[in-house]
Design a protein around this ligand. Structure first.
Ligand SMILES: *Cc1c(COP(=O)(O)O)cnc(C)c1O
Length: 376
């Protein structure tokens, strides 16, 4: 089966992990700090703005507390969002206010967001679909005008930029995921970016029980190093040196990964462009760069599901992301979202990852064309 997504790990990661074993320290330690520093550099900033955590979903959940979003406050998010974003808002007792998206990019537009702003709106929880940047100029202007917090879910936008600036650094909080299905992978892990270094300080405590002092070695100056106090009822959500070891090696490979993904993207765009029943992803504006996380096509003939089955029977796994939150029954949302519905019913994400071979890509294109000849 050709996977739709797949990690690319090698000897370098293994070697780095074996060093962790030898060091006898598996927990959050030097390698986590090193990863935070290097990721900060990757973003063109410093460690004062960057903090690691155990997963991006934790970042979504914690962002509610950190942005001071209260029960009853409204948070706007595109209905095409990751399920963890919806849960984060609802678990906080806040009101999840969904907005529609652009039919082709699946990103929320300024007008989609502005339509649902009320006096109770406190924040926008934005998703950059597949690492393709939303229109940040307009969205940040809106946020300023209505004094809204902005939380950016750039889980998949590890190297995406908008007008030269990395995604995730526009809002109050931004976050990237390194789970098993992302581009840079380490099993589980994430980086959070905070515009305000003071918020980063608060977050660091919140993600470790709210502890005021550090325990163990780091606190060896204290006379009784087992005593402590807390500043809040914090979580325990940290990376460890095993995952950081992998992440450090993966970070070095990101430019190469993106290059490979771009090749796959261009191959599809070149070879599928004359198929009348397919809409290709829109070209991204020249002032943006993407991480090529998804390659999403849209079927104009209503046969998306049939194509997905056909490809799967031929050893090619595809999927659709993200199932719209307004269709999740538990959320009981009765709104109408015409573009999101169109996207959810007609979009298919084709395999794209850095281990996909030319033969794989050629086979995928052939099978899509074969499907067209038979059924379209
Ligand atoms: C993967 C993903 C997440 C969650 O990341 P984890 O690290 O697995 O918690 C959040 N948002 C989006 C858009 C994702 O793709």
């Amino acid at each position: 089966m050709i996977n739709v997504m797949q990690p690319a790990l090698g000897e370098e990661e293994l070697k780095r992990i074996s060093e962790v074993f030898e060091s006898n320290w598996l927990g959050k330690g030097k390698l986590v700090s090193e990863f935070e520093e290097k990721y900060a550099k990757h973003l063109g900033t410093t460690g004062r703005h960057v903090l690691s955590t155990n997963c991006c979903s934790e970042g979504l959940f914690s962002s509610m507390y950190l942005c001071d979003i209260k029960p009853g406050d409204e948070v706007i998010l595109p209905t095409i969002s990751f399920i963890g974003a919806g849960n984060a808002v609802c678990a906080n007792g806040s009101k999840m206010v969904l907005c529609d998206v652009d039919k082709r990019t699946l990103n929320a537009r300024v007008e989609d967001i502005e339509k649902v702003i009320t006096k109770k709106t406190k924040a926008i929880l934005l998703l950059h679909f597949g690492g393709i940047p939303c229109e940040m100029d307009g969205i940040m202007e809106l946020a300023e005008k209505y004094r809204l917090k902005v939380i950016e879910d750039c889980a998949a936008g590890v190297s995406s930029k908008y007008k030269g600036r990395p995604l995730g650094t526009f809002g109050d909080i931004g976050m990237w995921s390194f789970d098993a299905m992302k581009i840079l992978v380490c099993g589980d892990g994430a980086i959070l970016h905070f515009k305000d270094p003071e918020l980063r300080e608060r977050a660091e405590k919140y993600l470790y029980f709210g502890l005021e002092t550090k325990s163990g070695y780091e606190n060896s100056v204290a006379q009784k190093w087992w005593e402590f106090d807390i500043s809040c009822y914090g979580h325990r959500a940290v990376m460890n040196d095993i995952t950081a070891a992998m992440a450090l090696e993966q970070l070095k490979k990101v430019p190469m990964f993106i290059e490979e993904r771009e090749k796959v993207h261009n191959f599809y765009s070149c070879n599928l462009k004359n198929i009348s029943w397919i809409d290709l992803p829109l070209p991204i504006p020249e002032y943006c760069t993407t991480s090529y996380y998804f390659y999403h096509i849209q079927l104009k003939n209503g046969k998306r599901d049939e194509l997905a089955y056909y490809l799967r029977q031929n050893g090619i796994y595809t999927t659709y992301r993200y199932f719209p939150l307004h269709r999740v029954k538990k959320y009981r949302n009765s709104g109408r979202f015409y573009n999101a519905d169109y996207a959810a019913d007609n979009t298919l994400c084709l395999p794209i990852h850095q281990s996909l071979t030319c033969d794989n890509c050629a086979l995928i294109v052939d099978k899509i064309k074969e499907f067209g000849k038979k059924y379209c």
